[in-house]
Design a protein. Structure first.
Length: 140
């Protein structure tokens, strides 16, 4: 198995509300939509929004018991000055600020917000991880 992730899918309660948050609120552009799913090209992978109950059916899980894993999604920016405006934009779009952006012990600057379904997103600037023009992180 190659070391990569192809798709990240979030099971959401209200697809229209989640779509509005990402498209109208954050300015993302979908590459495919139907009444049950929305796909976004995210660099070399796909980010998907899928109705929660349909996602549970897809992997034959019980929608009443399957829960959210303890994870966060990360969005790294190219410059420290990009963190606060992006956190503000997310809040204006309806995100809940979980942790305001601040200086971090590892030398960077980051904060966390939650999308309409409570999925945590970290917005981070890491001086040790420059971002290439194609959006890939150049881990040193």
């Amino acid at each position: 198995m190659e070391q990569r992730i192809s798709v990240v899918t979030l099971g959401v309660k209200d697809l229209a509300a989640s779509r509005r948050f990402y498209v109208e609120g954050l300015g993302w552009k979908s590459v495919f939509e139907n009444p049950g799913i929305v796909f976004f090209q995210a660099g070399g992978m796909v980010f998907a929004l899928f109705l929660r109950n349909e996602l549970a059916k897809d992997f034959e899980g019980d929608p009443s018991t399957f829960g959210r894993a303890a994870i966060s999604l990360g969005y790294n920016v190219r410059a420290k000055a990009e963190v606060d405006p992006l956190m503000h934009r997310a809040a204006q779009a309806g995100a809940k600020i979980l942790v305001p952006a601040s200086e971090k012990s590892w030398g960077g600057y980051s904060g966390y917000f939650a999308d309409p379904d409570g999925f945590a997103w970290e917005v981070a600037w890491n001086p040790a991880w420059p971002i290439a023009p194609d959006g890939t992180i150049q881990y040193r």
